[in-house]
Each structure stands twice: as structure tokens, then as C-alpha cells.
Design a protein around this ligand. Structure first.
Ligand code: NAP
Length: 435
């Protein structure tokens, strides 16, 4: 018997930012959870490599081990909460926990995007829950909303600002007119960016979360490496300023959508968003997810996407779900297995509008030359900005083009880059109009 009547015994792996938050908030809100679930939720074992955190959090040393096997091997532990991060030990722990018949709660998006298919299949086989609310958008209950509140909907589209670090950097660049390097340094100084920022700014963290959202919304796991991903390093303050003149903000956006049954787009890239769209005003470290369902229409979820408190709220929500099901456990609902839309659309087939910034020779006829290349690829121009600058060798030229496939646009841009009037490598960004 894993749990005695009305007590749910937890093994906590990891006592860092999130693990520490879970320990503290479980102590402070023990009564709230008891009242709402009818169950005493107790952390009875802790695995950590960080003895200082044990002291800081006031965890009794008698329940602490530096080896996560201690959680799996304890027959009293019914639920293992994996908050170690990484994809090696965390993978081994979750697998061993499910094999041992324990439920698992995790916040580990990197792990789920890589091993989700296998681990959910194992959970289903073992009839155990694998819950993961904290893995996407921290405190925002987007996973439960998609799997429960919106279960009757086909998801038409889902757009997410799901990396607080990138959103903080881009918002700061936009609001203060500073460049990327300065905004990144500020994010590091405030603790919003890691010393090695690449997981965030190169778009990988958003891609991990997009893979999880896509698996829930469309029933298949995008294979690792096949999710089209661009980060924000190449976004300049000049592009942000021109985008604003055109009525847009630039955000790192995860786009997951399917307008027919021919396939699903799953991609992450810096995107021009119309200022009148609510996502354009999501600033700082906040996250937001916009979901369009075929029954419900448009919905928006907003909140803190990271941090000890917000993330602990999501982890504790998952634990409470297990507590509520203590005497009538639900089967694990496999994620990524309903296969309503089985095909991932290749990036070349995706249709977008684009923003283009060129540095061109300051002489008559340049725009006509560029427009004729776009026209030869059947790509229309919707607007042009050529700022007045002092006469010189080259000037910026900003062009917005109508819908084009990635392939057609890339071919046109490559031809434009070869024109003698075009000086530097063209900059291009996708535009999303949410239609
Ligand atoms: N931080 C957030 O706001 C946030 C938000 C959403 C999701 N998440 C996810 O939550 C997870 C935890 O993130 P975090 O920010 O809390 O990380 P963290 O602060 O680095 O904490 C991880 C803790 O786990 C310990 N640990 C790592 N491997 C271990 C092992 N094999 N055995 C025992 N202890 C081990 C670490 O010890 P050492 O320090 O000695 O390595 C550290 O104390 C990650 O998957 C992350 O992606 C985090």
C-alpha cells in the first residue's frame, strides 16, 4: 500500500529554486490543501546535492539523501516530484519511479520534449500519472486548461510568449531604446538570465515548451531537432524601432497551428505582432498563451512564467490533483497519442508575412529593382519605409511583404541579396496577424 488513508506521501528530488518553493509553500499552505483535497500532503523524503538549501529551508536532515534512489526505494513514497532539471538523472529517476508504480510530477520541459513520448507511454502502461503543469509557462495553468477546460475543442491555433527572459530583453529594448547586449546584461544583473543564456535566447527553452503544447493540442511529439527554432540574438533596436513605426512589437513567439488537416505548424521565432493585439502588450518577464479553439473561440492566459513561487503553485496544483484522486485514481491520459493531425508541416511549406530590412545604395531605381525581384516570385509588397538620412553611400529600406511560403520568400531574398545595390546581408522577420 503506497499511501495510508488521507495522507499522500511525497518524495522531492531537487531543492533549488522550484524545489525550495514547493517545500516552503507546502508548509505554509498545508491547511489550504488539506481543506480542499481532504488529504494531508507530506514530503517524507528529499534528495538533493545542495546541503545549504536543506539548512535554509529547515528540512529535517533525517529525511534527506544525496541519492535520488532513496525516493524510489521507499515504499511509503507514492509520488515523486522531480525538480532536479537536466535530462540524465531526471530521466532515470522518472523512469524508475514509474516502473516502481509511483506517480510523477515534473517541471522539466527539456526532459519531456526529448523523452515525453516514451515516458507517457510508460506511465500509461503502469497506470500511473505523469503530471507536468509547471513545465510550460510556470504559474499559468495552461496544461490543465488545454487538457480539461478546452478538451472539447479542436485547437485552431495557439500562440505563446513562453520565455520570460527573452520577453524581458525584447520589452526592455523596445521601451528603453537600448540594444540587445545592454538588455541582456541587465537581464543577467537582475537574475532573469542565466550566466549561459543560450538555452533561453536561442529559442531552445521556448521550443521545448512548444513541443509539449503541440503534443497536447495535436497529439504528436515533434521529433527533436525538427522544430523550426530561431532565437532573439539577431534582433536589433533598429528593427524594433521600425517595427513600432509600422504598428508592431517584436516578441519571441511560439506558433502552433493547423488551418486544415494537411499538417501542423510548430515553430518558434522572433515575430512582429500588431500593437493592437493583446500579446503585444505582454511585457517584462510575463508569459501569455493565446488559444483559439473551434468551439470556444479566442482565449488568453497570462501570468508569471517562472520563479520559485509561480512554478511551485503549478507543481502543488499537480500534487493536489493526485491527492484528489487518491481513492479514485484516474488513468494516465497519454500525451501525444490522439493523432488528430498527424503530420508536422515542413518549414518550407509554411506561409507567412515578412518584414525585411535592407541596407541599399542611395540612388534612384533601387526600390524598383527590389520590387521586381519580389514580383518575379509573385510576392506582393504591402508597405515600404525609407527614412530620410543624410546623403551617403547606403540607406536603410524597410519592406513588408504579403503572404509567401518560406521557400519562395527565402529564394527571393537570396536573389535580392545578390543585387549590387544591396549592401549588407538582409534582415528578415516573420509577421503574425492572428487571422
Ligand atoms: N526556475 C524556474 O523558474 C523554473 C520554471 C519552470 C520550470 N523549471 C524547471 O524546474 C526544474 C528545476 O529548476 P530549478 O530552477 O529549480 O533548478 P535549480 O535551482 O538548479 O535546482 C535544481 C536542484 O536539483 C539538484 N540536483 C540536480 N541533480 C541532482 C541529482 N542527480 N541528485 C540530487 N539533486 C540534484 C541541484 O543540486 P546542484 O545545485 O548541486 O546541482 C539543485 O539543488 C528544471 O527542470 C527547470 O527547467 C524551472
Amino acid at each position: 500500500m503506497l499511501s495510508t488513508m488521507n495522507t499522500l506521501r511525497i518524495g522531492l528530488a531537487g531543492t533549488g529554486t522550484v524545489g525550495g518553493g514547493v517545500w516552503s509553500h507546502l508548509q505554509s499552505n498545508f491547511d489550504v490543501l488539506r481543506c480542499r483535497t481532504g488529504v494531508d500532503i507530506k514530503i517524507v523524503r528529499v534528495a538533493t546535492r545542495d546541503p545549504k538549501s536543506i539548512e535554509r529551508l529547515g528540512i529535517p536532515t533525517s529525511i534527506v539523501s544525496d541519492d535520488w534512489h532513496a525516493l524510489v526505494n521507499d515504499p511509503e513514497v507514492a509520488v515523486i516530484v522531480e525538480l532536479m532539471g537536466g535530462t540524465t538523472h531526471a530521466y532515470q529517476l522518472i523512469k524508475a519511479a514509474l516502473e516502481a508504480g509511483k506517480h510523477v510530477v515534473t517541471a522539466n520541459k527539456a526532459l519531456l520534449s526529448k523523452y515525453g513520448e516514451e515516458l507517457f507511454a510508460l506511465a500509461a502502461k503502469k497506470e500511473r500519472q505523469l503530471l507536468f503543469e509547471a513545465s510550460v509557462a510556470g504559474g499559468i495553468p495552461i496544461i490543465k486548461s488545454l487538457r480539461e477546460g478546452l478538451i472539447a475543442n479542436r485547437i485552431v491555433a495557439l500562440y505563446g510568449i513562453i520565455n520570460g527572459t527573452c520577453n524581458y530583453i525584447l520589452s526592455n529594448m523596445s521601451e528603453k531604446g537600448i540594444d540587445y547586449a545592454e538588455a541582456l546584461a541587465d537581464a543577467k544583473a537582475k537574475g532573469y538570465a542565466e550566466a549561459d543564456e543560450s538555452l533561453d535566447v536561442d529559442g531552445h527553452d521556448s521550443a521545448h515548451k512548444a513541443a509539449i503544447l503541440a503534443a497536447i493540442a495535436y497529439g504528436f511529439w515533434v521529433p527533436e531537432g525538427q522544430l523550426a527554432t530561431e532565437g532573439i540574438r539577431q534582433v536589433t533596436k533598429v528593427d524594433i524601432q521600425f517595427a513600432r513605426k509600422l504598428g508592431y512589437e517584436i516578441k519571441l513567439l511560439a506558433v502552433i497551428k493547423s488551418d486544415d488537416k494537411s499538417g501542423v505548424e510548430v515553430r518558434v521565432h522572433p515575430t512582429l505582432i500588431p500593437q493592437k493585439n493583446v500579446l503585444a502588450s505582454v511585457s517584462g518577464v510575463f508569459n501569455a498563451v493565446f488559444v483559439r479553439g473551434d468551439v470556444v473561440g479566442d482565449t488568453l492566459f497570462y501570468g508569471r512564467g517562472a520563479g520559485a513561487d509561480a512554478t511551485a503553485s503549478a507543481v502543488l496544483g499537480d500534487i493536489a490533483e493526485l491527492a484528489l484522486g487518491l481513492h479514485a485514481p484516474r488513468k494516465c491520459r497519454a500525451v501525444g497519442s490522439d493523432a488528430l493531425y498527424p503530420k508536422l508541416k515542413a518549414l518550407e511549406e509554411i506561409i507567412s508575412r515578412f518584414y525585411v530590412r535592407l541596407n541599399v545604395a542611395d540612388r534612384p531605381g533601387v526600390l524598383a529593382k527590389i520590387a521586381s525581384v519580389f514580383a518575379s516570385y509573385e510576392i506582393g509588397i504591402s508597405s515600404v519605409i525609407q527614412p530620410e538620412v543624410q546623403a551617403g553611400e547606403s540607406v536603410p529600406l524597410i519592406i513588408m511583404v504579403h503572404d509567401a511560403s518560406e521557400k519562395r520568400f527565402a529564394d527571393a531574398l537570396a536573389e535580392i541579396a545578390r543585387l549590387d545595390v544591396v549592401k549588407d546581408t538582409p534582415v528578415s522577420l516573420r509577421v503574425e496577424d492572428f487571422e
